[in-house]
Each structure stands twice: as structure tokens, then as C-alpha cells.
Design a protein around this ligand. Structure first.
Ligand code: RP5
Length: 172
């Protein structure tokens, strides 16, 4: 059976950003479960989710958090599944606080970190991790890339045809 992705976030205030990860996984036909679990407010639940994840059929974990952003690192401490961290911009420090917190893991316990608010890419990266052992998913990823490349070529052809002003006028 295909592995799924466990998506976690520290607060429901992260959900509007983290839904990007859900969208990416849906675009690629990857199953997922999405949960709220704070490293600070419900530490035992967070540890239990990480400890049980592999056994429950998850192949990767995506964790979004803002501020002190300890969630991805704490999950990574409790599982050898790959953990992808999404720094969330909570306003005051524009997400740089969460980015530094997530990316600066100590040697021995890595967390793969995407851009601030980069939840869609986290979903893609999780899919790419699962695709190592899933040929059908690897094919869907190649198709996704080919579609993206075709869209760029279409835009370039339109730009050549319409010119800069014409292209911008059509976009607005
Ligand atoms: C973090 O604190 C959460 O991930 C969230 O980004 C931030 C603020 O949480 P709330 O106060 O909105 O619940 O743990």
C-alpha cells in the first residue's frame, strides 16, 4: 500500500498556509492526514504522533510552525521518518524567527526546511521522498514538471506575440 504523509501544525492559525501542502499532495494523488499539535502546548501528544507515524503507514512528515517553531525539530527527535519543516510568518519577525529555529537543527537530527510559508513545496518534497519507492508517483511527478514547463513555454510564446505592454495589459 502507498505511504501517506502526516501534516502537522502548531496552531489552527497556521492552517491557511499549511493547506498548501494538502493541495500539493492532492495534485499528486498522495494520501495525507492533517493534525494540529503544538510542541509546547501538547508536548506528549506531539511525541506520540511522531513515535506512531511510521507504524501508521506514513512515509514522511510535514510540520509547520511559527515563532519559536520547535515542532519540526521535536517530531524529528522522536522518529527516523524524514521531517520537512515549514517556517510560518506569524507577523512580528516576518517568519525569519521560525526559519532560523527550524533550519538550525543540531548534528544528528536533521529537518529539511523549505521557504517561509513554502507549504506547497513541502508537499512536493514529501511526494518526491515517497516516489523513491513508488514508480507510479514518480511518473506523476514527471508529468507535473512537464505541465509546468509547458505553461512557461506558452507564456513565453504569448510574450513574443503580444510584446511587453500587450502581455501586461492582458494580465490586468
Ligand atoms: C506557533 O505559534 C504556532 O505554530 C503558530 O504559528 C504560532 C502562534 O500560535 P497561536 O497563538 O496563533 O495559536 O506555535
Amino acid at each position: 500500500m502507498s505511504k501517506r504523509v502526516l501534516i502537522l501544525m502548531g496552531s489552527d492559525s497556521d492552517l491557511k498556509i499549511m493547506k498548501g501542502a494538502c493541495e500539493a499532495l492532492e495534485d499528486l494523488g498522495v494520501g495525507y492526514e492533517v493534525r494540529i499539535s503544538s510542541a509546547h502546548r501538547v508536548p506528549d501528544k506531539t511525541a506520540d504522533l511522531a513515535k506512531g507515524a511510521a507504524q501508521r503507514g506514513f512515509g514522511a512528515i510535514i510540520a509547520g510552525a511559527g515563532g519559536a517553531a520547535h515542532l519540526p525539530g521535536v517530531l524529528a527527535a522522536h522518529t527516523t521518518l524524514p521531517v520537512i519543516g515549514v517556517p510560518i510568518d506569524t507577523g512580528s519577525l516576518r517568519g525569519v524567527d521560525a526559519l532560523y529555529a527550524i533550519v538550525q537543527m543540531p548534528k544528528g537530527i536533521p529537518v529539511a526546511t523549505v521557504a517561509v510559508n513554502g507549504a506547497y513545496n513541502a508537499g512536493l518534497l514529501a511526494a518526491q521522498i515517497l516516489a523513491v519507492g513508488d514508480e507510479a508517483l514518480a511518473r506523476r511527478l514527471s508529468e507535473y514538471r512537464a505541465k509546468m514547463a509547458a505553461q512557461v513555454e506558452e507564456k513565453d510564446a504569448d510574450l513574443q506575440k503580444l510584446g511587453v505592454e500587450g502581455y501586461l495589459a492582458r494580465r490586468s
